[in-house]
Design a protein around this ligand. Structure first.
Ligand SMILES: *Cc1c(COP(=O)(O)O)cnc(C)c1O
Ligand code: SF4
Length: 336
């Protein structure tokens, strides 16, 4: 059991992640003003294309004031380029998300079932397919989970359950407890994996109650974080990673290759090194899903392969992520 640690915690024990989430910046002009970039406000698109700016204040605090090319800012700031139509970029780049998620569970890969635990995220990333499916918390409705768990319970080939979304850590810990109680009745599931960006963008989420829940699970635990740039780490994020590992989780990271944000070898090398310093191993580097409004982030396959080649020369093998793309109908992520 994890009890209060003598190590001074960076976020005060009273810091309530839901409160911090509610206090996120949702006004692009306000964000620009905070960064002394108010003069750029007239370059914002007139409409946010149905996908509002949302960024926790702690994440915004890691952006460099006065830098319009800041790699964290560019991940969240609506751009005029989003309104451009681009060949091959569709609203439904990864299959019919809406109908796939309506079932609550995706079972495409052998041994692993992915549960759409929540549609909410603490941050809105401009490159994400979710920009066209900003659904709320309805996936976590108890009935939905019952159906998903029934499916998993009936198929003994499933040994790993993956919680994804949206972001499953946007759910209250009580909701996660409900889920794990259901899982306890399914002995063939021996591993729980959680795909989440919360420990990076709102590290206060990894609080004592969550840590206790994770530690109490009689399962192998994997947490796959999502950071795209070394600047996303600060001492509070390091602290969250320590807590995840204290709770017995293996910590991995997936990134998306993003033009102008992390598409150079120095940046990717620094990211791998920073992850390792936080006790996290790089797992996947994803080629962008071709969603409408994200074409300006795309990096060519040729360039992506060159970058990976550089990384292999510079880094030990365990710090080189696998470069992959998600292709509908494949039996795994497709390596490039
Ligand atoms: C990505 C994904 C997984 C996990 O794949 P790994 O290669 O094991 O990380 C599982 N199910 C679905 C539907 C996925 O999209
Ligand atoms: S699903 Fe992940 S990438 Fe997409 S908006 Fe949420 S946190 Fe960002």
């Amino acid at each position: 059991m994890i009890t209060a640690s003598p190590i001074a915690r960076l976020s005060p024990p009273g810091a309530n992640w839901r409160q911090l989430w509610r206090e996120s910046v949702t006004d692009a002009r306000e964000l620009l003003l905070m960064l002394q970039l108010g003069h750029l406000a007239d370059r914002l698109p007139a409409s946010d294309a149905g996908f509002a700016l949302r960024v926790p204040r702690g994440f915004a605090a890691r952006m460099r004031p006065g830098d319009p090319r800041d790699p964290l800012l560019l991940q969240v700031l609506p751009q005029l380029a989003e309104l451009d139509e681009a060949e091959g970029f569709t609203r439904d780049a990864v299959g019919d998300m809406a109908s796939r998620s309506a079932q609550g569970v995706l079972h495409k890969y052998q041994g692993r079932a992915l549960l759409i635990a929540s549609g909410s995220c603490a941050i809105n990333c401009r490159y994400c397919f979710r920009r066209h499916f900003p659904y709320g918390d309805e996936m976590a409705a108890a009935g939905q989970w019952r159906k998903a768990l029934e499916h998993v319970g009936q198929d003994p080939s499933i040994s790993e359950l993956i919680l994804s979304g949206g972001d499953p850590l946007s759910l209250a810990t009580g909701k996660l407890e409900e889920l794990s109680r259901g899982l306890a009745a399914i002995p063939h599931v021996t591993r729980l994996r959680i795909h989440t960006r919360l420990p990076v963008v709102l590290p206060e989420r990894v609080d004592g109650a969550f840590q206790d829940w994770l530690a109490s699970l009689p399962l192998q635990k994997v947490v796959v974080l999502h950071a795209n740039h070394a600047n996303e780490f600060d001492p509070a994020v390091d602290d969250a990673c320590v807590r995840l590992r204290e709770a017995g989780a293996t910590a991995l990271n997936q990134s998306v290759l993003l033009r102008g944000i992390n598409d150079n070898a120095d940046t990717l090398e620094a990211l791998s090194e920073r992850l390792f310093a936080a006790g996290v191993l790089p797992y996947y580097l994803h080629q962008l899903d071709r969603v409408q409004g994200a074409a300006h982030f795309e990096v060519s396959d040729e360039r992506a392969l060159d970058l990976l080649e550089s990384l292999r020369h510079r880094l030990p093998g365990y710090l080189v992520p696998k470069l992959v793309r998600e292709v509908g109908g494949d039996a795994s992520k497709r390596p490039l």
